[in-house]
Design a protein around this ligand. Structure first.
Ligand SMILES: C[S@@+](CC[C@H](N)C(=O)[O-])C[C@H]1O[C@@H](n2cnc3c(N)ncnc32)[C@H](O)[C@@H]1O
Length: 338
């Protein structure tokens, strides 16, 4: 293969990628896509509705056009693109903007301290070193709600894939440990009418979970159990799932969670762990590696891991027949059988 000519293009694009990122995040913050889903509007109408100063308004909207998030017709009317119409209109169940709202209000400022995190190994969010991020976050009801719905947005694609791809016909019940709003439990129940499920999470999560299962029409088969997976046993079920849970915790805690799953399962039961699993060579899944840096910024000891890492921890906990299966985008699941 010819050696490629060195180019600064990717360096500059990545170095300044936060311009595009923050432009999209501000548009989500101002709910531009939700407003334009109701009725497309011109520059003047959007500016007065959003309180935009004329100096930046036109560049802001046209930047969103150039980035592919808005379209503008010959009369100067701005409208959503097919993607933003489906995924960034807050009134649609397909809305994925929760994670972007949280990225805007929390992660964007916290990532400004990445260098400090890299030098100290300490988290850089609202929790001080040594404090549990969830306890801190959940003390503020608005942040609790924002965090839980952010999780549904970022996880829905993988949740739907798990509901469809896993061999659910072999099982009758499941517990989703660290369920948040309950989107994984909902998607599994919607795709598999024979299953009964439990969402397990800290007690503060109960009302938000219960609303969500009712609004998705599965409250007769999916219920909530409150508790801490560091203090209470997991409810017994045929399948235990951990969605974006293992990466929040240090190695000892990860091993503890897998042993809790083992105790909750019958012989032949399955544990399903999913995260942005890093490729075994740690050189391809950039999102998984960046997610691990996000865990550095956000948690006391959390980190993301490869499929081989997770299979090793599962084997140590007593699971057999472990395997890794790709879900969607950067996410894969690791399965182990008791
Ligand atoms: C990163 S979120 C993942 C949410 C969801 N499973 C998903 O994939 O979208 C972590 C979840 O773990 C829950 N959690 C944190 N500490 C917990 C504990 N000690 N016991 C049970 N759940 C806990 C949080 O409340 C939160 O819902």
């Amino acid at each position: 293969m010819e050696p490629s000519t060195p180019s600064p293009e990717k360096i500059l694009q990545t170095g300044l990628a936060f311009w595009a990122s923050k432009t999209l995040l501000s548009a989500v913050e101002m709910e531009i896509f939700t407003v334009l889903a109701k009725h497309p509007e011109d520059l003047h109408a959007i500016s007065s509705r959003m309180g935009l100063h004329p100096r930046g308004a036109r560049d802001f909207l046209d930047a969103l056009v150039a980035l592919g998030f808005l379209q503008r017709d010959e009369k100067g009317i701005y409208a959503n693109t097919p993607d933003t119409e489906v995924f960034l209109d807050k009134r649609k169940p397909s809305y994925v903007g929760g994670i972007l709202e949280m990225a805007n209000s929390r992660l964007y400022p916290f990532w400004g301290a990445l260098t400090t995190a890299l030098r100290t190994g300490e988290q850089q969010n609202e929790a001080k070193a040594g404090e549990d991020m969830f306890a801190k976050l959940y003390a503020d009801p608005a942040k609790l709600k924002e965090f839980l719905s952010a999780m549904s947005g970022v996880s829905r694609g993988a949740n739907i894939a798990i509901g469809q791809k896993f061999l659910w016909s072999d099982y009758r019940s499941f517990v989703d440990a660290g369920t948040a709003q309950g989107d994984l439990a909902v998607q599994i129940a919607l795709a598999n009418p024979h299953l009964q499920g439990i969402g397990f999470d800290l007690p503060e999560v109960a009302p938000i979970f219960e609303n969500y299962v009712v609004s998705n029409g599965v409250a007769d088969r999916v219920s909530f159990v409150g508790g801490s997976f560091f203090e209470n046993p997991l409810p017994k079920a045929d399948v235990v799932l951990f969605g974006h849970i293992l990466h929040d915790w240090n190695l000892e805690q990860k091993r503890h969670l897998l042993s809790m799953a083992y105790d909750a399962l019958p012989e032949g039961g399955a544990v399903v762990v999913y995260d942005a699993i890093i490729d075994d060579n740690r050189s391809e899944n950039a999102f998984g590696l960046l997610m691990s840096l996000n865990m550095l910024v956000e948690t006391e000891g959390g980190f993301d891991y490869t499929g081989a890492d997770c299979q090793g921890w599962m084997a140590d906990a007593g699971f057999r027949d472990t395997r890794v299966e790709h879900l969607v985008g950067p996410d894969s699941m690791v399965i182990g059988i008791k």
